[in-house]
Ligand binder design. Sequence first.
Ligand code: NAD
Length: 491
Amino acid sequence: MHKDIVVRQLPNFINGDFVETGDTFDVLYPVTGEVTAQAHRAGQAEVDAAVAAARAALTGPWGGLAQAERSSMMRAIADGIVKRFDDFLEAEVLDTGKPKAVASHVDIPRGGANFATFADIVKDHPTEAFRLDTPDGAGALNYGVRRPRGVIGVISPWNLPLLLMTWKVGPALACGNTVVVKPSEVTPSTATLLGEVMNEVGVPAGVFNVVHGFGETGAMITSHPDVDGITFTGETGTGSIILKAVAPTLKASSMEMGGKNAGIVFEDADLDLAVAELGRSCFLNTGQVCLGTERVYVHESIFDTVASRLVDYAKNELRYGYPDDPSTNFGPVVSDEHRDKVLSYYKLAEQEGATVLHGGGAPVFGDERDGGSWVEPTIWTGLAHDSRVATEEIFGPAVALIPFRDEDEVVRLANDTRYGLAATFFSTDVSRVHRVAPRLEAGIVWVNSWFLRDLRTAFGGMKQSGIGREGGVHGLEFYTEMTNVCVKIGT
Ligand code: NAD
């Protein structure tokens, strides 16, 4: 065994206390399939207690903080995560199996940055103010006052557990809200760990709460009458269920959901750059990145070249291995259930007429990793643009390469999807860059790059990839309520 695993207990975190329920479910190490932790499932009583604690904490020491003090506390949380970097890294790796080289570069630093960034954004955000100049209201002053929305339910997925949870907890707390977090049942560890940090840095009890469990526990939050808003990241199908669940209590909802992101390689692209960036966008985090690319349209004149160079990338640049090995950059997928889903698409691709240029199955190691959740990075040609494999989200390390003839055609193909999260294209023609970027129906469009983003910019998806925008000041629309005050000035 490459790692001595001591099975940890993962309690809920309610009102500053760690709460065990005794009703546990196993958390597995996707590298080998071993049990690494037992999470304590929250039922209605624990969800009610967490929501009540969060509501009570809206006033008292938390509600009374000046924004500058609250922002200082956000920075203390960020520092607290950095201080316990190795603990977060270990917990994330045990839950996800992802290489330490990836998690230490992407997941854990962003966990801290999500608090630090919003500390500044909220503190420095001005309000709007207008002086009326109508005859009946001349001189009257209209201005906006923001207040926290209240108790926010945060429902998060397993692909970037700490990063995506704190992406919501950071702005929620920076705006003065309190939260009840339901992390993915597959990756619950870093949420409990964040509870420890909250106590270590003196965040008042009840401001941050964590309840563990499956969809039923999430549903107890979305339907709870004392929860004021739901922010969700996960599958589009789950998002649709959640929107129905919040309807009776008319909660505000911010939804970040699935995608089937397109990449485009124009005939004038820098191919070294295009292959390197597309390689990352198809295979980083074993393809489990919502912004990753699963279909790439390549100009017919360079199709064979790009296909063979992407295969070389997969063969030479992706290294399977144990997470602790610094040279490993390709880990397992998160669970057996997800592996089976990905492999079902590998099978379907062949039924739909794909030519498998690379991969197409599961690796066999001949060691303990055969008990884990591994799939091969996979590259297909020959799939029709409207095949199921080229239209449905797989969320694995697999990409369909499809040729195109001209710019209008490829814009039409890229937009021909029910999703609209991200798109990535490669061109050295500056006019084409500015012509094509705004025509793509996606919340984020990368040009000659992928996965670069200033956290002050808007983030979210169009169509069935999302509702609303978070990031920067854009998140304030969800995380605050605004009152418009109008004061008539007497003469
Ligand atoms: P999922 O929808 O299965 O689960 C997400 C969360 O919702 C989990 O915590 C789960 O327990 C909870 N949940 C499930 N049913 C629920 C219900 N009825 N009520 C309340 N909560 C419920 O998603 P996943 O498999 O964990 O994550 C992968 C998906 O997330 C992919 O579709 C991916 O594209 C998407 N994703 C989107 C973004 C984005 O920013 N748009 C980012 C990352 C991942």
